[in-house]
Design a protein around this ligand. Structure first.
Ligand code: PLP
Length: 457
């Protein structure tokens, strides 16, 4: 077997796939039975030639792939992969560094440290924040909230690494009504259940009603704000939450899975004003930075608490003596891990500061154009389109559900729904560098056709 030949063959499959994005339906075409038949069967007894395995795999999965990297995929909040990041990710597999310790791969470690500084600068965070490169916002919440838990309990005289949670002073966690569900799951994994949450109501866009924040003083307290509500893109008044947290000495955590990237745009930065005053932040690389899955970050303004909550040692490990040499397992709740920094580095470097601002602003302009086209044809736009999210209803919720189903079947674009104020609504999320004005117009036309409406623009 010739490895170079194999990699060339795979590069061709990659090129073939990318070239189909313009013409293929966005939805998958094969169902579970067809895919199980194509991929299943007994485990081979004997080795199979790798080129034959890859050829068969590429053929079998083809109809089961969703064209997620297409510029006409508007479901959930899904970025594409900018070419440099995708290519760097391919090399990451080939280099196959175990990025747990500096000793396991100095380049993988240094690239994270370089990205840490670039990201802090881009996102307007304190220059000396610590970072964990994790799988996504979910694990970023776990990491950041573990640091928060450590810090607020240490302030109350409780050593959580030593004593655990049993018998600890209770932690108050104050969250907005429209927080993302991953905040709850992170807290659950950290031993803080639903009944411990103090929930602040939200306005009609999903922003926390900061006037209804409880007093955050009187014991270990964490308050979670949000930049970018998953349906509307609305951002909490982070300045007001920062004021309340600072006054009470509470820990302020920001979920900025996609919305924090507004900070990278001079035109949109005002939406996340106050974010820079938080104690910890969550954001994703695989959403708006357009790094391939899976990739996100936890940042922390208290590196000591971060490291104390997450770090690990063992006699057989080789920890760096030089402070500049980053041992990733001290920051990331994983031991052995993929060298995620390379793809992030490639995305940041290939886009540059201007390219990232442009990507964010372009996505928002596309979202506004969607809203304009659909509104003009008679759809109801339910949100203020401040960022990259559009919430749409066609008549009532049930009709909207039907329209979504027809759009998905048609295959020109892909999007899905949500319940908003008790009724179903269509969600459109624009987060992909590939999306063009033409993609938006073609997709809006397909949506209107599915709704039996005609463009009036
Ligand atoms: C506001 C917000 N927080 C957290 C998440 C979870 O992100 P991930 O899927 O990267 O864990 C999302 C996902 O859309 C989100 O929109």
């Amino acid at each position: 077997m010739n490895e170079r030949e194999l990699f060339r063959q795979v590069a061709d499959y990659a090129g073939d796939f990318v070239e189909t994005l313009e013409t293929r339906p966005i939805r998958a075409e094969a169902d579970v039975s067809a895919l199980t038949t194509a991929l299943g069967g007994p485990l081979p007894e004997d080795p199979v030639d790798p080129q034959a395995v890859l050829a068969a795999l590429a053929e079998a999965v083809e109809p089961g792939l969703v064209a997620m990297p297409s510029g006409r995929y508007f479901g959930f909040v899904i970025g594409g992969g900018v070419p440099a990041a995708v290519a760097a990710d391919m090399l990451t597999s080939v280099w196959d560094q175990n990025a747990g310790l500096y000793a396991g791969g100095p380049a993988a470690s240094v690239v994270e440290e370089v990205c840490r500084g670039w990201l802090a600068d881009l996102l307007g965070l304190p220059f000396d924040v610590s970072v964990a490169f994790v799988t996504g916002a979910q694990m970023a919440h776990v990491t950041a909230l573990a640091a928060a838990r450590h810090h607020v309990l240490a302030q109350a005289g409780w050593d959580i690494p030593e004593n655990g949670l049993a018998g600890a002073p209770p932690i108050r966690v104050v969250v907005g009504e429209k927080r993302h569900v991953t905040v709850d799951r992170a807290l659950r994994l950290l031993g803080i259940g639903a009944s411990a949450l103090e929930i602040v109501p939200a306005d009609d866009q999903g922003r926390m009603l900061v006037g209804e924040l409880p007093d955050l003083g009187g014991g270990p307290t964490i308050v979670c704000g949000q930049s970018g509500e998953v349906n509307t893109g609305a951002c909490d008044d982070l300045e007001a939450i920062a004021d309340a947290a600072a006054e009470a000495g509470a820990w302020f955590h920001v979920d900025g899975a996609f919305g924090l990237w507004a900070a990278a745009s001079p035109a949109l930065r005002h939406l996340v004003r106050g974010a820079e005053r938080a104690d910890s932040w969550t954001t994703d690389a695989h959403k708006w930075l357009n790094v391939p899955y899976d990739s996100g970050f936890a940042f922390c303004a208290h590196p000591d608490a971060h490291r104390a909550a997450i770090g690990v040692t063992a006699s057989y490990l080789i920890h760096a003596d030089d402070k500049r040499e980053r041992d990733q397992m001290d920051w990331t709740p994983e031991f052995s891990r993929r060298a995620r920094g390379f793809a992030v580095y490639a995305a940041l470097r290939s886009l540059g500061r201007r390219g990232i601002a442009d990507l964010v602003e372009r996505s928002c302009a596309h979202a506004r154009r969607f809203a304009e086209l659909l509104d003009a044809a008679g759809a109801s736009i339910l949100n203020e389109v401040v960022l990259n999210q559009v919430l749409v209803r066609f008549g009532d919720g049930e009709h909207t559900r039907d329209v979504i189903r027809r759009v998905q079947e048609d295959g020109t674009c892909w999007l899905s729904g949500t319940d908003w104020h008790g009724e179903h609504a269509m969600r459109i999320s624009v987060s992909n560098w590939r999306t063009t004005e033409d993609d938006v117009e073609r997709s809006a036309a397909a949506i209107l056709a599915a709704a039996g409406l005609h463009s009036r623009v």
